[in-house]
Each structure stands twice: as C-alpha cells, then as structure tokens.
Design a protein around this ligand. Structure first.
Ligand SMILES: [Ca+2]
Length: 415
C-alpha cells in the first residue's frame, strides 16, 4: 500500500510541470508542497475509487488538464454549522434565514441557522436511496420566491406502475411556515435529472445523465438523457432551442453528448453556462455550454468505462465534437458547483468551486479572461469528506454540504 501511495504521489508531481503555456511555472518549492499535500491526503483519506488509475490521455489544448496547482492567499476557517443530515444532496437559502436541504433517500428538510434540522417537509414525493445514485437530488428557489413561494425539485423514484426508475422535474409551493409543499406540478418526466439552474429570464436549465451502458442516449436527439435541457417554468421547451425544428428530436434539448453532469453555474462576468460532468472512470470534464453543440460522450472521452475498457478505442478528438475546457484524470467525481462572487473572500472572487465526491475535496479553479483554467487548488482535503454541494450564501460566505450518513453543512469564512 505504501509503495502504491508513493508511486501515485510521484506520478502526480511528475505530471504537474507538463503544463502548457499560459500558466506560470511552479517553483520547486511549490512542487514539493503539492507533492507533500497529495501524499498526506492519500495517506489520511485512503486511495479513493479510481484514484490509482494511471490512464492519462494527452491533452489537446493548453492547460486542458493539471493546470498549475495553486495555493490560495485567502486565509479562511471552516466551521460545521449543522450535522445529522442523512446523505444530503443539495441546499438553497430561504429568505427566512433557514436553509432548504434535500436528503437523497428521504426528501426535504429545513436547517435553521443554529443547526436545528426540521422534520421532513410534508407533501414531498416519496423517494428511495437506490444504489447511492438516485433519490431526491436538486432543489432551487424560483427567482420570485418571496412573492410566489415556488421551488423546483429534481428527483428519481420508482413508481408501482413503472418498471424502471423515473426522473422528475417538478415545481411546488413551500408553505409560509416551511413545513408543507403544495401546488405540486410535474414539469418533466423521464431520464435521471441532476441539477436545475434558473436563468435571469426565468427559464430553467436542467442536466440529465446517461449512465447506462452502452450509452445510447447521449448522442440521440430523441432522448432527453445525457443532455443539457432548456425549458420554461411550465415544463415546455423553449421556443428558441436549437433542435425544435429537427424531426423526432426532444425540443427541450439545448446541448448534447454529456454523461453524468452534476454541476452547473453561470459565469458571473460573461453570463456563459458552465457545467462539470463525470465520465465513467477518469476524464471528468469542465465544459462551457453553447446551444446546439455536441460535447462528445461517448464518441470521445478522456476517461475509460467503469470496466476499465477504452471508450471508442480511446478516441479523444473528432470534428464536430467540442473539446472540454479542462479535464481530470483520475476521477474527482464532481457534484455541486458555483462561481464565488462575494466580497468576504476577495482572493477567491470569480473562482469556480466544485465539490468532489470520491476525490474528497473542494476544487477551486481560477479562469483567465478568455475562459481557460490557469490554476487549480484542492481545498478541505484534510477532512476526508465526500463533498456534495457548494453554494454561496446571502451573507457572501461559502457553504459546503458533505455527503454521508452524518452529512454536515460547513461554512467557510475569512480568518
Ligand atoms: Ca466531452
């Protein structure tokens, strides 16, 4: 075991200098620090699933993987503000000061600022915590929540009349006492939905997964799986979606060819839609999404399939298919993501933060003005926790949700 850890640490440090132009070259001292941090993390937390996988396809763009590892100048402290949440998946900040939290196998609860966890909110659909993959996923508040009390939920359940798992995007209203859901409306029924994001105009972007081999859905315009979808708040497809006139296409499709995208956020300056998706085994990708574009899965991939076999003979590039801005081998297995836009942690302004599940880390990415990754920092690794979601609070601090049977909400503030 020790030998494997050393070998893994050594290969990580060797990979770091192979950075392309654009990123500043790390000093020997920085490399030594990075190596020591990687080593410590692996020894303390153990080698996560796929982390020992040494499959490393070559990048095709500058700084497309292993961009210069950075250490933040931002001094910060981490406090646990709530615990005892059973496999929490996502959270949102209510105007009351409470947080609305989904728990994967249960439903929906609130958490008060003092950490008190409520009973289950009634009227929430029944879900099962199946294979650690399915159940209650995302929750967001409507932009006009203070006036209309509307929330949106993404979840997967198995109904008696259905042979297989069914995904739902629904809207509902949260009662003023935050104890009950009413006005339940199904917006979409179909493939596994992960995240929901509301645009300034009120429309909803939805990420859906194609995780069933042989991955026939992600490239099929007729299927809503393995897609970025764009819908109205009544569930209908946006009239300006790119494939509304394409015969047999699902009109909700906005972009295609993604596998298991779980992270989504708008860039605070450009307004562009960014997502992170998990490939089966290595090759997790950061993508900037444009309408009508094909992000390649499973035709091209920087990862391998779960059985270790190459996807499409290891092809990583093909005309007509988009290259990821950035990719990770081995897997980090990302979940929630946000751009930090607050003033409380100024050194982190406009950075991407994304939670790693098997990678047990909070990744911070610095982007250049032209949208390339110029620095990657790995935070919270000393805690050895699967990080399920990260959001910016209304107080300008960062909040992180850990995913296990005793899930916590962590608050990151300046120190
Ligand atoms: Ca891709």
């Amino acid at each position: 075991m020790k030998r494997m850890l050393l070998a893994l640490g050594a290969s990580l440090v060797l990979a770091t200098p192979a950075l392309a132009q654009g990123a500043p070259k790390p000093t020997p001292e920085q490399l030594a620090k990075t190596y020591a941090e990687d080593q410590l993390s692996l020894e303390k937390c153990g080698v996560p699933r796929n982390a020992a996988d040494d499959y490393r396809p070559a990048p095709l763009l500058p700084d497309q993987t292993r961009a210069h590892r950075i250490t933040s100048s931002q001094a910060f402290k981490v406090e646990s503000i709530a615990s005892g949440l059973v496999n929490p998946w996502a959270f949102a900040f209510l105007p009351s000061g409470n947080m609305l939290v989904t728990t994967r196998g249960e439903g929906l609860r609130t958490v008060a600022p003092d950490g008190k966890v409520s009973d289950l909110i009634t009227g929430t659909p029944a879900v099962k915590n199946k294979f650690r993959l399915f159940g209650m996923h995302d929750v967001i508040l409507d932009r006009d929540f203070p006036a209309n009390r509307t929330i949106y939920l993404a979840y997967v359940t198995t109904l008696p009349e259905d042979a297989s798992d069914t995904g739902y995007i629904v809207s509902a209203k949260l009662s003023p006492d935050e104890r009950n859901l009413t006005d339940y409306t199904i917006l979409r029924k179909g493939p596994v939905p992960r995240r929901i994001l509301q645009a300034k105009d009120g429309s909803l972007f939805v990420l859906t997964a194609d995780i069933v081999t042989p991955y026939v859905s992600a490239q099929s315009l007729a299927s809503g799986a393995g897609k970025v979808l764009h819908i109205n708040t009544d569930g209908t497809a946006r009239a300006d979606n790119p494939f509304v006139a394409t015969p047999n296409a699902d009109p909700a499709v906005y972009a295609l060819g993604v596998r298991d995208p779980q992270s989504m956020a708008f860039h605070p300056v450009t307004g562009d839609l960014w997502i992170i998706e998990n490939e089966p085994r290595g090759g997790d990708e950061l993508n900037r999404i444009e309408p009508g574009k094909n992000y390649g899965f499973p035709l091209i991939s920087f990862g391998r399939d779960n059985d270790g076999k190459l996807l499409n003979n290891g092809l990583t590039n093909k005309d007509g298919l988009e290259q990821p801005v950035y990719f990770w081998t081995p897997s980090v297995a990302f979940s929630g993501m946000t751009f930090y836009t607050g003033d409380k942690l100024p050194a982190w302004k406009n950075s991407i933060f994304a939670g790693g599940l098997s990678g047990m880390q909070l990744v911070r990415l610095e982007l250049s003005t032209d949208g390339r990754v110029v620095g990657e920092e790995k935070l919270l690794r000393d805690r050895c926790r699967r990080i399920r979601d990260v959001r910016q609070g209304p107080d300008g601090l960062l909040y992180v949700l850990t995913d296990d049977a005793n899930g916590e909400i962590l608050r990151i503030s300046p120190n």
